[in-house]
Ligand binder design. Structure first.
Ligand code: CU
Length: 174
C-alpha cells in the first residue's frame, strides 16, 4: 500500500454495519410500498384493457342495462347489478351511461369504454378510479367501493363543446 492511499485500507467493521442497515431499510420500504401499499393503499385502480368494437360494447352495455335496470333518473336508466358481477359504463360525447347502484364493500368487475372519441373517467375521492378511455379498448377493472355515497365521474380528457357537462353517477349504498 502506498503512503496516504486511504482507499486501499480495509473497510471498517462499523461501516459494514451501516451499509447493512441502509440496505435493510431499503428492503423494508420497498416491501412496504410494493406489497403492503398496493394491497391496502388508496392509489388508482389497476386493470386490463381489451380490444372491443364500439358496436359490440354498446350491445353488451344494453344487455347489462336490460338485465339489472331498477329505475330511471333524468332520462338515464338506474342499474343495480348483484355484488360480484360485471358492471358496465359506456362513455360517449357527452355522457356516461347508465347510472350505477352498487353495494359498499362488495367487489365488482368494472368495464368502461368509449364508443366515439377519447374520454376520461375520473372519480377522485374517496375512491381513486381514474382511467383514460381510448376508443376501441375496454377497461376491465376489479373495484371495491368501500365508502357509501354518491359519486360523479367526470370526463377529464377534453372531448369537444359539452365536455364540461360530461358527468356520470355511481351511487354506493350500505
Ligand atoms: Cu368526454
Amino acid at each position: 500500500m502506498s503512503p496516504g492511499a486511504w482507499w486501499e485500507e480495509p473497510v471498517h467493521s462499523l461501516e459494514r454495519v451501516w451499509v447493512g442497515l441502509a440496505f435493510l431499510i431499503a428492503v423494508v420500504f420497498f416491501s412496504a410500498s410494493m406489497l403492503v401499499w398496493h394491497r391496502f393503499g388508496s392509489q388508482n385502480v389497476t386493470g386490463r384493457a381489451y380490444r372491443v368494437s364500439p358496436q359490440a360494447y354498446q350491445a353488451e352495455v344494453e344487455r347489462f342495462v336490460q338485465r339489472y335496470k331498477v329505475g330511471e333518473e333524468g332520462g338515464q336508466p338506474v342499474v343495480a347489478p348483484p355484488p360480484g358481477s360485471d358492471v358496465y359504463v359506456l362513455a360517449q360525447r357527452f355522457r356516461f351511461y347508465p347510472i350505477l347502484l352498487l353495494k359498499a364493500g362488495e367487489r365488482y368487475m368494472l368495464h368502461v369504454a368509449s364508443i366515439d372519441y377519447l374520454h376520461g373517467f375520473s372519480i377522485t375521492q374517496p375512491h381513486v378510479w381514474n382511467l383514460q378511455l381510448y376508443p376501441g379498448y375496454e377497461w376491465v377493472v376489479p373495484v371495491v367501493p368501500r365508502h357509501p355515497g354518491t359519486y360523479h365521474m367526470a370526463c377529464n380528457d377534453f372531448c369537444g363543446v359539452g365536455h364540461e357537462m360530461m358527468l356520470g353517477k355511481i351511487v354506493v349504498e350500505r
